[in-house]
Design a protein around this ligand. Sequence first.
Ligand SMILES: Cc1ncc(COP(=O)(O)O)c(C=O)c1O
Length: 473
Amino acid sequence: MSINEIFTDGVAVSGAHQESHSYSERARRNLWLQMSRMGAYSEQHEIPIIVRGEGTHVYDVNGKKYFDGISGLFTNALGHGRPEFAKAATESMNNMTFFPIWTYAHPTAIELAEKVASLAPGDLNRVFFTTGGAEANESAWKLARQYHRLRGDTDRYKVISRDIAYHGTTLGALTITSLECYRQPYEPLVPGAIKVPAVNFYRAETHAEDFEAYGLWSAQQIEEALLREGPETVAAVFLEPVQNAGGCFTPPPGYWQQVRAICDRYGVILVSDEVICAFGRLGTWFGGQKYDYVPDIITCAKGITAGYAPLGAMIVSDRLAEPFLEGDVSFQHGFTWAGHPLSASIALTSIGIIERENILGNVMANEEYFRQSLNALKDLPIVGDVRGTGYFWGVELVKNQETKETWEGEDAERLLRGFVSPEMFRRGLICRSDDRGDPVVQLAPPLISTREDIDFMVGTLREVFTEAVKRHL
Ligand SMILES: Cc1ncc(COP(=O)(O)O)c(C=O)c1O
């Protein structure tokens, strides 16, 4: 039986359960899931099989409907099944299969580069395409190293990033990533990774009463790391506008301006990793427009195509591009599929929809409502902190609101993997329970989501947390 036969207007018909089981079994045999404990799946714990999407919802193989509260993986910004994308894809495929942007160029990549440059802050006008976020970060670190070398600054190779941060899993990006669970099996990594504290105000040990002073302290940690290492050895600093891993750490006022000034003072390249944050997640095109800064490089991916095709990019300032435009110099770096005409046309379609339908306006109009709705959950003793912005929120769970005691080890495992995640899913909400730092539940819904959708998400969190309090506190 095919998927189409199983569904009639999203309602499962007989045979679906059997189909679910067989998919799960086949997946267990041949499909290597990404970042997943394969051993956790068994005859009793089937792999969830998602077969179809419609707007802000997806359906599993049994016909059950879920709200896509994490937008796939921070990707599906405009919802599923929009016909504009199918049309753009068909036109692109009918026009040309593929042609590389190595030596040659094609109009769709040119048009997208122009469009992205026009939306990016400051003089970030050069767009280097990749196929995803890790590749964009790899590209940025390599570009930073070569840029310095071209200017005679030959000792600069190190990279600074924040604790708990995730920047991708290829060896270079993994080196910039700080999460031990991802790094440890693959060590030794690329030499030169320097870590500074994450901007986690909820757990601040200094300036705990003053967000702004804490931000200045956090920025100073970058300067101190630079001075410790020798600024002449550091190529770049990588930071997300709002750090995802650890649960939506927002920057204090003045933080980005301080970091910008420090990077300028020591000639270090400032990379804004916006793989999640760009293209509307924060209610702006880029983080710089939300927090008033201009980095030297923006890396992006995910939302650039609203999830309809794979694409990433590194957006580079004119200043950094300059030494590469002379003589026989070249950035010896590329990926076959980078700037694929299909992905580029999908990205143009997505940007067009965001503009036409004022999607950024929708996010901004609901940001405060989202914040207030989540903040109301603090009447539950398990909710410690609510943080985020735009359509990008994290709720940190604690054992004790007063002492902020966290869930650790087996307790955290039992709470998050054993209860919260499966309960959300059972109640029709796909969100993310993240235990890479202190336990957080994350919401990052499609940017087209309404207040009704926010009510559903927050209402489901309330039901599940209420139950968690009864069972686990
Ligand atoms: C901030 C950030 N940077 C980089 C990446 C890596 O992107 P990709 O999975 O496309 O390689 C991610 C992925 O989630 C991310 O969140």
